[in-house]
Each structure stands twice: as structure tokens, then as C-alpha cells.
Design a binder for this molecule. Sequence first.
Ligand SMILES: NC(=O)c1ccc[n+]([C@@H]2O[C@H](COP(=O)([O-])OP(=O)(O)OC[C@H]3O[C@@H](n4cnc5c(N)ncnc54)[C@H](O)[C@@H]3O)[C@@H](O)[C@H]2O)c1
Length: 286
Amino acid sequence: MKDFKDKVMFLTGAAHGFGTEIAKEGARRGMKLALIDIDEPALKRVYKEVADMGAQVEMIPADVTKEEDVDKAVKLTMKRFNQIDLLINDAGIALPGRVWELPSRDWEWIMHVNLMSQVYAMQQIIPIMLKQKTHCAILNVASIAGLIDTPGMPAYHASKFASVGMTEATAYDLQRMNADIEMHVMCPGFVQTDLYHTEKHRPAQYTDTTDPYYTSDVFKGGQQVSEFVIKNGMPIDSIALTVFQALEDDEFYILTHPVFNTMIGDRVKRIVNGDKPDVHVMDGLM
Ligand SMILES: NC(=O)c1ccc[n+]([C@@H]2O[C@H](COP(=O)([O-])OP(=O)(O)OC[C@H]3O[C@@H](n4cnc5c(N)ncnc54)[C@H](O)[C@@H]3O)[C@@H](O)[C@H]2O)c1
């Protein structure tokens, strides 16, 4: 996608981090914006900022774990702008915790935010894009955690590997149909955002204050690790430009941290050799 002026972007996760940066860059490029997020007060601030930049913008508070909320957001966007050219599925959460410790409710929560919300939006928006017959693009924000694995956050890896696989498979399906829809999957390393504040975005249906897990040292330890790696990540300044440059260049995999490229290659070698994961390959990196 090279021309962004007057194109309509449907963006989830717009209230913080990557989403806010992408919304502002879209506004700079003259895009019309549908901004979706569960954090309404923060979304209002972003809405005001991009409206002050001159963007036509629709603010849609929604919980993307709920299919009906995503459907409603798509309908409101179509009512306001009558088309959707760029879908960016950015909303995401990070939950540390080993398989045998993280409650099943949290597994459901993370799979719904990081994977199912992308499915819900694509189910609604791909048919609209196909009918529109204009050049369109879809970018799913996954993570480097969708290409390589590390200890301590299997649920995050599961959701992000699934997002990468789903995006790749959809790219094949759209190519087979000669659909004029570009697919992209973003796989960043650590970037300084609010991602370690995931608990603030826990919807009521995934809340259970009676579970001892949430007062345990294991839970607190996971939160501290999450905060440490995000706070020590790359500054966010270049993220939106990276996204728009990748869209312009029609890059499928959008990577941000070359330091992880060797680990991607090593994982592929390990798979074809039948070797087991070696925790020591992470020494010095995490
Ligand atoms: N920051 C990093 O280091 C990093 C690295 C790799 C991938 N990512 C991915 O980038 C994406 C953006 O994350 P970020 O780092 O900007 O974090 P962030 O917490 O700053 O932003 C995430 C946004 O998603 C929203 N959100 C969460 N649950 C929601 C729900 N149920 N419904 C609607 N909105 C919801 C939050 O309110 C927030 O605005 C995520 O998918 C994340 O997994 C981030």
C-alpha cells in the first residue's frame, strides 16, 4: 500500500503504545481513522490528539475479546466512512506464567485478545474489502515471540505463533483468489510501551479475585520480569515509521530487532535436525 491519503484505517489497541503511534502517523498521512480500544479514557485522549491534527476520526470503545463488540465496531466504521482499506490488529496483552501455573481463564483471555480478536476483525472485514474492489491491506501485530520461543511465557508464545500462522495461511488463501489484499505480520522485539500494564485491561469476564494465583509470588515475579524487559526495550519513536515503510514496501514479515535474526535461523535448523530447545541459546539476551 503506497497511497494512504483518504484511506480508512480500522485500528485496534489504539489507546496506548504501538496503536497510538500508528494512529498519529496515519493522521499525518491524511488517513481517516476508526480507533478501537477497551481503555476509554486513554482512547479519548488519542482521539482528541489526532482530531486536533485534522484527522476524520471515529472513536469506538470496545472489548475485542467479544465478537459482538468487534462486529459493532466494524458496523460503526462502515456507517461513518463506508469503506475500510487498512485493518491493523494491534490490541494485545502479555501474560507471564508457566503452563502449570497460569490459570486456564488467563489462557482464554490471552488467546482471545491476541488471536481471536484478529480472527473476528478479519472475518468481518475481508468480505468488505473483497466487495470494495479497492487495494487493501491487513497487518496483524504478532511478536518476535511468534517466531522464536523463550522460557516463562508459553501463553504469549502460543497466541503469537498462532497469529503468525493464521496470517501466513490467510495470505495463501487470498493469493489463490487473486484478491487485491496485502497481508503483513509484525514481529517486534521488546519496545518501551505500556504492555506490562496488562492487568489494567483485564475485562470483567476474565476476573476472579478469589484465585490465590493473583496474590502469589509466582504471579508477582512474572509481573516484575514483564516490566523489566519492556522498560529495557527499544524506544518507541521509530515504530510507526517502520510500519508505514513496510506497508509501502509490501514487506510480509515486519521485524524490528536484527539481534533476534540468528535465533530465528537457529530455530529452523533445530526443527529440521529434530533437536530439542536449548535454554542456553538465550544466555545474554534475556
Ligand atoms: N512492546 C513490546 O515490546 C511488544 C513486542 C512485541 C509485540 N508487541 C505487540 O504489540 C501490540 C501492541 O502492544 P503495546 O506494546 O503497544 O502494548 P500497550 O499495552 O501499550 O497497548 C496495547 C493496547 O491494547 C489494548 N487492549 C488490551 N486488551 C484489549 C481488549 N480486550 N479490547 C480492546 N483493546 C484492548 C490496550 O488497552 C492497549 O491500548 C500487542 O499485540 C503486543 O503483543 C509488543
